[in-house]
Write a protein that binds this ligand. Structure first.
Ligand code: GLY
Ligand code: MN
Ligand code: MN
Length: 457
């Protein structure tokens, strides 16, 4: 241990003793799910590799290291490149923890936390040691991780076999109580960032200023965030995954759309808030309030057994109705839907699974063997088509945007007569609106992790 890093973790959100209490039951559940997946795929052991740092081309530097999701599922170690979890059906998992003997970088340190007690721990200093810590006979063991050249000599049954990956990906949709509390904490951390970002917006900050306010209040480095924060002032809000952080302050602030999350033990929040500047166009201010209502109504539809495609369809219909009632469209709601005009303003899905990955795996899987549940033909961007189950964590993120790339061609297409172009021209400087919360499907309904401690917007 070093004095600057007492728990062996660079990110304080990794050191949350209250989460440790839930960890043994999490591992027990992972063991039973992995037993089933291994049996179905015909293996009796698996090695989850944390991943190796990825080098820059023709350089001696590396991209920010990110642990592989399956490894993080088992162990909350963000900085343990080169480590392994070895699990054999019915046995205690083994953590093979790699500590480099290096004087250029700070070697990893094993945290002093009770969660470590769930593993038989072996400390290794080389890849050869790591191989030696595994059983000699790996002929019924699968490897999940980087397909390292050295694996040829390991005698493994398979490297990244589809069948096992499918079984594990499918089951990852259902979160354990430990995972749900990690996601709740990731929400609490991000909400501090959102409050600081909103304050910076009110004070006239640039996109870059707002971004720095966000990360500063979260206390997380950019590479620790679950995804690059989207900080969009004015018309940039119409770019769904806007990635530029303008340094200059625009002459006038009309609006802010900020889609930004934080991590806790490898789990990420994914939260969007939209704001109107003081003095904003009243049509936009009204739209914002109505989108907030609409989003809350959609959240209330979430419960076990509901087909997510139905919630998406409900969102499309509600947004179409708002487009018509606000005067953006001049046609009936039925026509806005059947013509496809409404979808020009809401071109993405209503939400997705959330967990170790922002767009968590398994959203369109029919079962653990690999069948797919089709997306609605008009909604190819929908990332979740499964029926909701207790334990799923999803985002709810309706949007309404003035996307130049979609509206420009619409000016000379069959959509044109249904659109009130004067209103579009007035609202285009506001970019768009998205409001995104993170929801847990519970036995009886829904728990909103993002609004538990008061809304940000
Ligand atoms: N932040 C990406 C998304 O909302 O899906
Ligand atoms: Mn999202
Ligand atoms: Mn988002």
């Amino acid at each position: 241990m070093t004095d600057h890093d007492p728990n062996g973790q660079r990110n304080p959100a990794m050191n949350t003793p209250s989460l440790d209490v839930l960890f043994p039951a999490h591992i027990a559940e992972l063991r039973s799910r992995t037993d089933r997946a291994l049996a179905a795929a015909g293996f009796d052991g698996v090695v989850f590799q944390s991943g190796e740092p990825l080098g820059l081309a023709r350089d001696d530097q590396h991209y920010p290291y990110k642990a592989h999701p399956h490894f993080k599922w088992w162990a909350p170690l963000a900085d343990a490149a080169g480590s392994l979890i070895h699990y054999r059906t019915g046995s205690r998992p083994q953590l093979i923890f790699f500590v480099a003997t290096d004087f250029w970088y700070q070697p990893a340190t094993l945290p002093q936390a009770s969660w470590v007690d769930e593993f038989d721990v072996v400390i290794v200093h080389s890849q050869e040691d790591a191989r030696a810590a595994l059983p000699k006979d790996l002929s019924r063991t699968a490897w999940l991780g980087d397909p390292l050249a050295e694996l040829g000599g390991y005698g493994l049954a398979a490297v990244n076999p589809d069948g096992l990956l499918r079984g594990l990906d499918y089951t990852r949709a259902r979160k354990t109580p430990y995972e749900i509390e990690c996601l709740a904490e990731a929400n609490r951390i991000a909400l501090r960032g959102h409050a600081a970002a909103a304050d910076c917006f009110v004070r006239g900050g640039s996109e870059y200023d707002i971004h720095q306010a966000f990360v500063g209040a979260c206390g997380q480095r950019e590479q620790e965030l679950p995804y690059n924060a989207i900080v969009a002032l004015n018309e940039a809000g119409s770019v769904l995954h806007y990635q530029i952080l303008q340094r200059h302050r625009p002459t006038r602030h009309h609006s802010l759309l900020i889609d930004a999350g934080a991590t806790c033990r490898g789990y990420g929040s994914d939260i969007t808030r939209s704001y109107a500047a003081s003095g904003a166009d009243s049509t936009f201010v009204d739209l914002l309030a109505q989108m907030d209502d609409l989003q809350r109504h959609l959240c209330a539809l979430v419960k076990p057994g509901v087909d997510w495609r139905e919630i998406h369809q409900a969102a499309v219909e509600k947004i179409a109705a708002l487009l018509c009632s606000s005067g953006i469209l001049r046609c009936s709601v039925e026509e806005a839907l059947s013509s496809g005009t409404a979808r020009l303003f809401f071109p993405h899905g209503i939400g997705h699974l959330l967990g170790l990955q922002v767009h968590d795996v398994g959203g369109v899987m029919a079962d653990d063997r690999g069948g797919m549940i089709p997306k609605p033909p008009l909604d190819p961007a929908l990332r979740l088509t499964r029926q909701l189950e207790s334990g799923f964590v999803v985002t709810m993120e309706p949007g309404l945007y003035f996307v130049e790339a979609l509206l420009k061609p619409a000016r000379s297409s069959h959509h044109a007569p249904r659109i009130n172009w004067d209103t579009i021209d007035a609202l285009a400087p506001y970019g768009g609106i998205r409001i995104e919360d993170n929801l847990v499907v519970t036995d009886s309904g829904v728990r909103n992790l993002t609004r538990e401690r008061g809304a940000v917007a």
